[in-house]
Design a protein around this ligand. Structure first.
Ligand code: AP5
Length: 243
């Protein structure tokens, strides 16, 4: 495959239910295009583990499998997107997750391009660099084994699955030998709540992007490498000349 790491891409949004493979595919995009992964779940878990004010506000909500408030998320995302490594593009994993968050993101990107003047050139760039939204479609029967079998390395972040991508040595990371960990919200009762939140609040996000012709559905019920090939195709078709 051609390495396009030197080419700038615009924002990539990965949309899908818990366990669809957003984090898995985000890591492939990072490796290929050299852009950062912005996972709102990871950012929130980091706040929780550091015991920050945001972490204290989010902890119980996340433990129940519900969505934290939009206002809490906006501050975290805005701060992360201001960092220099996002200039060449970025992949959003777990954001936006409500139609309001999708509208907020569009407004933020518009403000970035129209900071000075709404010139025709700025408008063209805004159009060219509108996010590509990749919807990972998975049969719901696959989600439970994906989530209950998920393990991750606390040192390098590599993801495993006891059923589908097991480590070479039981419960140890192939890369650095660390003991793999289970996410605290990967318990069946919390998974049910996370899926309910997805159905009620996140499904409308697909409609938001569908009417704007930015939604690219991908069959995520395939082995990881096959899903990745479809994801790269979607990005390359959306940003044929960079951004
Ligand atoms: P978050 O961390 O975003 O969790 P999630 O959306 O529930 O998604 P997951 O991380 O569980 O799944 P994934 O799609 O990334 O799958 P993965 O690649 O790991 O959010 C956690 C919480 O934070 C939320 O509940 C909420 O409280 C809060 N939050 C976060 N963002 C928010 C926002 N914007 N607004 C409000 N609240 C927010 O894969 C899963 C497993 O499957 C792995 O084991 C993997 O190896 C395996 N796998 C992946 N692909 C395949 C494949 N093709 N075939 C077989 N196995 C596969």
């Amino acid at each position: 495959m051609v390495n396009r790491a030197a080419r700038n891409i615009g924002p990539v949004v990965l949309l899908g239910p818990p366990g669809a493979g957003k984090g898995t595919q985000a890591k492939q995009i990072v490796d290929r295009y050299g852009v950062p992964q912005i996972s709102t779940g990871d950012l929130l878990r980091d706040h929780v583990s550091r015991g920050t004010e945001i972490g204290l506000a989010a902890k119980a909500i996340m433990a129940r499998g519900e969505l934290v408030t939009d206002e809490l998320i906006y501050g975290i995302v805005a701060e992360r997107l201001r960092q220099a490594d996002c200039k060449r593009g970025f992949v959003l994993d777990g954001f936006p997750r409500t139609a309001a968050q999708a509208g907020w993101l569009d407004a933020l990107l518009e403000k970035t391009f129209f900071e000075n003047l709404p010139t025709p050139e700025n408008a063209a760039t805004l159009e060219k660099c509108a996010p590509v939204v990749i919807q990972l479609l998975v049969d719901y029967t696959q989600l439970l084994p994906r989530l209950t079998g998920r393990r991750s390395c606390p040192t390098c972040g590599r993801l495993y699955n006891l059923h589908f991508q097991p480590p070479l040595v039981n419960e140890l990371c192939d890369v650095d030998g660390s003991k793999l960990v289970v996410r605290s919200d990967d318990r069946e009762e919390v998974i049910a709540e996370r899926l309910a939140a997805y159905e009620a609040q996140t499904k409308p996000v697909a409609d938001y992007y569908r009417v704007r012709r930015r939604l690219v559905p991908v069959n995520a019920d395939r082995p990881v490498e096959e899903v990745t090939a479809q994801v790269f195709d979607a990005i390359d078709s959306h940003y044929p000349a960079g951004c």
